[in-house]
Design a protein around this ligand. Structure first.
Ligand SMILES: [Zn+2]
Ligand SMILES: [Zn+2]
Length: 753
C-alpha cells in the first residue's frame, strides 16, 4: 500500500530535444523538493534520455496515469532560468514559430546546459602547528620540512598553489605531501574568465568627465525617464536624439538611478565589436565603483560565457552589455533595458529562433514590470509607429552637445558626373577635391560605401530610374537564367528591358561599382604620402585588428578611412571633417520595401560622423537618385518629415508597421520540386478560409540558390500573427509535404533573400 505522501507530484517540462510542446512528468517526493521553476533536469523520452527545463510544478498530485514517466535527475542545484525567463521562452517560441529546443538553446549557454563547472584553481594555506609537532611529522622528509618553513613565511595567507610552487621552486608532489600530513590546507576557488578585461581605452576617463554636465535637453529627457522608472511599472520609451546629442549620457543617468536602487541593467547594442566606446565608457563610469560590467556576445568562449552567466545569476554583476542574444541574460532584479540604435537590422536573428532582439526586449520589460528605453537618431518605422499610436513614449534630443552644428550635406548628382566623365566614375570630381583639401589641412576623412547587395536589380545611370514591380513597389530581381526580372514578393515577372521606361536611355544596366577597387582609386587620386586604410568584413573578424585601426585613426596616423556601414555606427572621431558617401542610393536598388528607410538611416548615421570636434563637418553624398524623397530628407536632416512621408507610404501599401510580415520559405535540392510544393501550398491556402491574411507568392528568393538549396517563399501580411500561425499550422496538418522539402516560418521578417 502506498500512502499519500509517496504519491508523485506532477511537473511540466519544456524538453530540449525532439518534442515541441511541454510534457508532463512525475517526480518522487525527495526529488520534487529540490525542483524549482527553471531547474534543469534529465528526463526519459522514448528510449532516450534528454534534458529539459521545469516550467511548472503542481504538488497536488492528480491520480497517476498508467504511463506516467518520472524525472530522472536534477542536473544542477540552481535553476538555469528564472520564472520570468521561462515565460519569455514560451512567448518567443510561440510568437516566432520556433521550436522550444531552439529557443531554450538560445537562452541557456551550452556550457550551462552541459552542466559544465566553473573553472577553479587550487589554493593553499599554511596550517599553524607547534614546532615540535611539525618536526615530528617531517623528520624523515627534509625537502618537505624545507618547503614548509619557506611557506610559513606567508602564514595566514591564501596562495595559488601553482604560482607559489614556481616562486619557491617547490614541486607539486611536495605540496601534496604537506596537504596529506595536514600541514597545508587546500581549497578550490572559482576563477573569472572575463572577456575584454585587459582592454581599456585611456582617453575614456576624460570623455566621461567632459560629458557630465547635462544640456537642458538631456536634463529633461533624464527627468522623464527617471519618472517612468520611479513608477516601477512597464513602460517603453523612445529616446530620439540626433547624432552627437549625448544619448549615452542619458542612458548612464538612468542606469545611475536603477543601480542606486539595487536594480540590474541590460544594455543592448547591435554588435559588440562595433561598440567598444560604449563598453569602455560604461566600464569607466561604473567599473570604478566596483560595478562589474559583463560583456555578452557570440565570440565568448564557453568558459567566459559560463563565468559571465554565473556572476549574473549570483547577482555579483548587475550590468550586461551585449548584442541581441544578451536579451536573455539572467540579470537579477532587472529594472531597465536599454536598446541602443534600436533601428538596426542586426537585432533580428536570421536563424531559428528568428526573434527580434528589440521586440523581445520590450516584451521582457513587460514581464518584469520595468522600463525599456529605445535609443536612435533614426528610429525604425515600427518604433515611430508605436510612438504615434501611444504605445511608446518619446523623449527628444534635437541639438548636438555643446551646440555643434550638424554637418553641411552636398548632394553630388552622379548622372551628370557620368555624362561629364563619359563613364560611371567611382569618385566625383567634387569629392576628390574635397579629399585633397582635407589632406592639406591635416584633417581626416571617412569614405563610406554601402554593403553590396546582390546587385541583380536594374537601374538607369542616366535618370536614376530603378525597375520596380507594378504591385509591390520594390526593385525587381534580374535572373540570369531566363533574362527576366522577377518580383520576389509576389512572383510577377517580365522580360528585362533594353531601354529605360522613364527616359528611353539604353544606359539601363545591372552593373554596380567594383567596391574592391575603391581603395585603389582613392590612393590614386591622393598625394603619395597620404595613408588610406580600408575596413572590410575580413578586418571585422579579427577583433583586435579593427581596434588597432580605430586607434591609429584616432591618433591621426590614417588620413582616409574607407569602409562599409560598420564605420557608420556610433564611432566618434573629433578630427574627421569630411565624410563621402560613394553610393547613397544603393539601398534603393535593393529588393526590399524597407529600401527608403535603410537609405535614409545610413545617410543620417554616416553624416553624423563628420564634425564631431571643434571644426565643422562637410558631407558629400554621391547619388543617381537625388530626387528621391528619402535622400532629400536625409540631406536636410528632416527626421520627422521623413517618418511621416514613409509611414504614409507604408500605410497605403499596408506594409509593416501597419501589418505584420510573415515569410514562409520552402527549401529543397531540386528546383522543380521545391517550386511545385510551394505552388501546391498556395493552392491549399486559397481553398481554405484565410480571412484577415493577404498571401503573396510563391516567388523565387532573390538569391534563388543558396548552399545547394533552391528556395521559394510566400509572404503573409496580417494584423494578427497568432491567428495567422494557427491557420498555417491547421493547413499543414493535411498538406502532403515531400520529405525532401524543408519549410520554415520567419515572423516579422526582415531578410527577404
Ligand atoms: Zn532612364
Ligand atoms: Zn510584386
Amino acid at each position: 500500500m502506498s500512502s499519500l505522501s509517496d504519491m508523485p507530484a506532477m511537473v511540466e517540462i519544456l524538453p530540449l530535444g525532439g518534442f515541441d510542446h511541454p510534457l508532463t512528468y512525475g517526480a518522487k517526493p525527495s526529488l520534487y523538493e529540490t525542483l524549482q521553476i527553471g531547474s534543469l533536469v534529465r528526463i526519459p523520452l522514448g528510449v532516450r534520455r534528454i534534458i529539459g527545463i521545469v516550467s511548472s510544478l503542481s504538488p497536488n498530485h492528480s491520480p497517476p496515469l498508467d504511463k506516467l514517466r518520472f524525472v530522472s535527475t536534477l542536473v544542477q542545484p540552481e535553476p538555469v532560468l528564472s520564472e520570468e525567463l521561462v515565460d519569455l521562452a514560451k512567448w518567443v517560441s510561440n510568437y516566432y514559430a520556433s521550436s522550444l529546443e531552439n529557443t531554450l538553446g538560445a537562452m541557456i549557454p551550452a556550457s550551462v546546459r552541459d552542466g559544465m563547472n566553473a573553472k577553479t584553481r587550487k589554493m593553499i594555506e599554511v596550517v599553524s602547528l607547534p614546532q615540535p609537532e611539525v618536526e615530528q611529522l617531517l623528520k624523515r622528509s627534509p625537502k618537505q620540512l624545507q618547503a614548509y618553513s619557506l611557506l610559513s613565511q606567508q602564514r595566514g595567507k591564501k596562495m595559488d598553489a601553482v604560482s607559489c610552487g614556481k616562486e619557491h621552486q617547490i614541486s607539486m608532489a611536495i605540496i601534496d605531501g604537506l596537504i596529506k600530513k595536514g600541514l597545508v590546507r587546500k581549497s578550490m576557488d572559482e576563477v573569472n574568465r572575463e572577456a575584454y578585461a585587459d582592454q581599456w581605452s585611456e582617453e575614456v576617463a576624460d570623455i566621461v568627465d567632459a560629458l557630465r554636465v547635462l544640456t537642458s535637453e538631456q536634463k529633461i529627457a533624464t527627468d522623464e525617464i527617471c519618472e517612468d522608472l520611479s513608477k516601477g511599472k512597464f513602460s517603453a520609451r523612445l529616446l530620439q536624439g540626433v547624432t552627437g546629442s549625448g544619448k549615452t549620457e542619458v542612458y548612464c543617468q538612468a542606469m545611475e538611478k536603477v543601480l542606486g536602487e539595487g536594480g540590474g541593467v541590460l544594455f543592448l547594442v547591435p554588435e559588440v565589436a562595433l561598440a567598444p566606446q560604449t563598453v569602455d565608457r560604461l566600464r569607466a563610469r561604473f567599473g570604478t565603483r566596483g560595478e562589474q560590467v559583463v560583456v555578452w556576445h557570440s565570440h565568448l568562449s564557453a568558459g567566459e560565457r559560463l563565468d559571465a552567466w554565473r556572476r549574473l545569476v549570483k547577482g555579483e554583476a548587475r550590468i550586461v552589455v551585449g548584442a541581441r542574444s544578451a536579451v536573455f541574460a539572467p540579470v537579477q532584479n532587472l529594472r531597465l533595458i536599454v536598446v541602443d540604435e534600436e533601428h538596426e537590422q542586426a537585432y533580428k536573428q536570421e536563424d531559428s529562433p528568428r526573434y527580434h532582439g528589440r521586440d523581445v526586449a520590450v516584451y521582457r520589460a513587460y514581464l518584469n514590470n520595468c522600463m525599456c528605453l529605445l535609443g536612435s537618431a533614426t528610429p525604425s518605422l515600427e518604433t515611430a509607429h508605436n510612438v504615434d499610436c501611444g504605445k511608446y513614449k518619446k523623449s527628444t534630443l534635437s541639438q548636438r552637445i555643446d551646440g555643434r552644428e550638424l554637418p553641411l550635406v552636398h548632394l553630388v548628382d552622379m548622372r551628370r558626373e557620368t555624362l561629364k566623365q563619359k563613364k560611371a566614375p567611382v569618385l566625383s570630381q567634387q569629392l576628390v577635391e574635397a579629399l585633397r583639401q582635407r589632406y592639406e589641412n591635416r584633417e581626416q576623412s571617412i569614405l563610406f560605401l554601402n554593403r553590396r547587395g546582390f546587385n541583380t536589380t536594374m537601374f538607369c545611370t542616366e535618370c536614376g530610374e530603378v525597375v520596380q514591380c507594378k504591385d509591390c513597389s520594390i526593385a525587381m530581381t534580374y535572373h540570369r537564367t531566363d533574362h527576366y526580372l522577377h518580383c520576389h514578393l509576389c512572383g510577377y515577372r517580365k522580360p528585362a528591358p533594353r531601354v529605360c521606361a522613364n527616359c528611353k536611355s539604353i544606359e539601363i544596366n545591372r552593373r554596380g561599382q567594383g567596391t574592391q577597387r575603391i581603395e585603389d582609386v582613392v590612393e590614386s587620386v591622393m598625394p603619395r604620402r597620404a595613408k588610406v586604410v580600408r575596413v572590410d568584413a575580413d578586418v571585422m573578424t579579427k577583433k583586435n585588428l579593427f581596434r588597432e585601426i580605430l586607434r591609429d585613426f584616432r591618433q591621426g596616423k590614417i588620413d582616409v578611412l574607407v569602409g562599409t556601414q560598420m564605420i557608420a555606427k556610433g564611432l566618434d572621431f573629433p578630427k574627421v571633417t569630411l565624410v563621402g558617401v560613394i553610393d547613397a542610393d544603393l539601398p534603393l536598388r535593393m529588393e526590399d520595401f524597407r529600401a527608403s528607410e535603410r537609405a535614409f538611416q545610413i545617410l543620417v548615421q554616416v553624416a553624423g560622423r563628420a564634425g564631431r570636434g571643434d571644426r565643422a563637418g562637410e558631407v558629400f553624398v554621391q547619388t543617381y537618385a537625388p530626387h528621391e524623397s528619402c535622400i532629400q530628407f536625409a540631406r536636410r536632416a528632416e527626421l520627422d518629415e521623413f517618418l511621416e512621408d514613409e509611414l504614409a507610404m507604408r500605410k497605403e501599401l499596408k506594409y509593416p508597421p501597419y501589418r505584420h510580415l510573415v515569410r514562409h520559405v520552402f527549401r529543397g535540392r531540386g528546383e522543380e520540386k521545391t517550386r511545385f510544393y510551394a505552388e501546391q501550398w498556395r493552392k491549399k491556402l486559397d481553398s481554405s478560409n484565410l480571412s484577415g491574411i493577404e498571401v503573396k507568392g510563391p516567388a523565387a528568393t532573390p538569391l534563388a540558390k543558396m548552399k545547394g538549396y533552391y528556395r521559394y517563399h510566400l509572404f503573409y501580411l496580417t494584423s494578427n500573427v497568432q491567428k495567422c500561425l494557427l491557420k498555417i499550422y491547421a493547413n499543414k496538418m493535411d498538406f502532403p509535404m515531400d520529405k525532401e522539402i524543408i519549410d520554415f516560418i520567419d515572423v516579422d521578417a526582415y531578410q527577404v533573400s
